[in-house]
Design a protein around this ligand. Sequence first.
Ligand SMILES: [Zn+2]
Length: 331
Amino acid sequence: MIDFEKIIGQKKSIKVLKNLIKYDRVGHAFLFSGKEGIGKRLTAIAFSKAVNCFNLSENYEPCNRCSSCLKIEKGIHPDFQLITPLNSVITIEQIRNIKDIIYWQPLVGRKKVFLIDDAHKMTVEASNSLLKILEEPPEFAVLILITDSPEIMLPTIISRCHRISFYPISREEQREILTGMNLSLEKSQLEEIIRFSPGNLGKAIALADEPARLKEKNQYLEWLIETEPEQLIDKFFSSPENEVKDILNSFLDFTELMILWFRDMLFFQLGLSQEMLSFPERIEKIKKFAQYYSQEKVINLLNFLTEIPQEIAKYIKPEILMENFIIQLGD
Ligand SMILES: [Zn+2]
């Protein structure tokens, strides 16, 4: 059962939200922004429960026992709706559905709550339609927009929201939580999981569930470690077909690893402390790469890599992205 207490590493945002409830200052529109997998959605659900709970605790925690809390947990509360992308976009129909019901008084709760997850995936029409709602929301409505990419949202939407920022959780916190979850992991596996998903608890938990993916990530890492920087392009082109196929099949995992690898390179070039590195024990290799590629190049590659998940969501083929990545490497 979700409540504020179970959300780790977001004390500041939660305190703000609790204060809004305490002083009865809950607004009509929120933007929960921050990286993926750090508790934005869970916090939004806890907040939705808290604004409608019949037995709110003295500490403004939802009780998780009243009919309102239970119905929100199950997603069947008549005054609570979670909107998620369909085929990677939030359509105008989905926003129209909100419009159709938002102006009606809540049926059983105090507030009518709408969570829009991945709000940056709204189409232009959907965004404009939502903007109309945000211009004059009814007194009892609360819209919570959740996003890891606020920079691609309409500024006119953002300016109408109370912005709550979520921060990546530390490795220490991640280690503590994962250990407490009794995931039957060996210590070395636990450390690998944290390393491959820094600051992203959601991803770490998913990875703990899929040992095959963890193994794959390790294989990619080994592959990188064995490669000299000047061989990298050749190695991509001369890899046996089945290896290339493997990479394309798990292209997002491969991309994530590349991001960590090139980020380590950038951190090294910037002279940051080794503690910041994902692969500190590979420092010799990182150093070689960091000397081979210019800082500008590394930044360009990182920009390219971090956009890949969005490109994939737009149905751009991994083959094309991979080819572009190799071209950028050699450019
Ligand atoms: Zn309750």
